[in-house]
Write a protein that binds this ligand. Structure first.
Ligand code: HEM
Length: 198
């Protein structure tokens, strides 16, 4: 006799939410246990930034996967997208608290020294309208405009990548790898838009 074990949708959603929260929980635990090395703030900035980039790549991967037949992944795109926003917001709050201590004067100094922060901030700002309209009711209310608004994910991705490239200075290996991943994912979309337009 064959047993078919399928998890209910709420169970899978709970698993995806837990998976999205896990890296943040690990970082927080390492912080509390003093396992983040000599510069915990820098490690936290790197950790939250890295996971936000990985999440962005996964959000962009949802459409190609759905077209390849894995339609179920669409159900988890919102959880992933909101998680990216949470990680970038923690990244931003850490910057405000640890790097500039909420001081306008220190912020100006930091921006002179690290102009790539402005690019990162623009990426975060492009994600704000997406996070604010992520609910089902906002989607229904906005109708066609919801899709147009959510195209902000493309400039947000480009700005996030530029932020990474700019701060990498001499070691651009990681930025090149993400650049290739994003180029493939955005190229796939561009080709699809062109096919639809024809
Ligand atoms: C979508 C938005 C963003 C993404 C994906 C992102 C990603 C990253 C990543 C991956 C790193 C670590 C790079 C490395 O050292 O290997 C990083 C570093 C940094 N980010 Fe962002 N970031 C974003 C937005 C922001 C914002 C909004 C700010 C502040 C306003 C910011 C400030 C910084 C700073 C100061 C560092 C350097 C940390 C250090 O090495 O001391 N970023 N970011």
């Amino acid at each position: 006799m064959q047993h078919n074990v399928t998890l209910p949708p709420w169970c899978l959603t709970a698993l995806v939410i837990s998976a999205c929260g896990l890296p943040l929980a690990v970082l927080a635990t390492q912080l509390v246990m003093g396992q983040l090395g000599p510069d915990p703030a820098e490690r936290l900035m790197q950790g939250t930034g890295e996971w936000a980039l990985r999440g962005l790549a996964l959000v962009l991967l949802a459409s190609p996967l759905a077209q390849a037949g894995w339609r179920g992944v669409f159900r988890y795109r919102r959880v992933l997208g909101v998680s990216v926003f949470v990680y970038v917001s923690v990244h931003l709050l850490l910057f405000a608290q640890v790097y500039v201590g909420w001081s306008g004067a220190l912020l100006i100094e930091e921006l002179k020294e690290r102009p790539y922060v402005l690019v990162g901030f623009s990426a975060w700002a492009s994600l704000v309208p997406l996070a604010l309209t992520s609910s089902d009711s906002a989607r229904r209310r906005l109708g066609r405009r919801w899709r147009q608004l959510h195209r902000l994910i493309y400039p947000a991705t480009l700005l996030a990548w530029l932020h990474l490239l700019w701060l990498a200075r001499s070691d651009v290996g990681e930025a090149v790898v993400y650049g290739l991943i994003f180029a493939v994912l955005l190229g796939w979309r561009l080709r699809r838009y062109r096919q639809r337009a024809r």
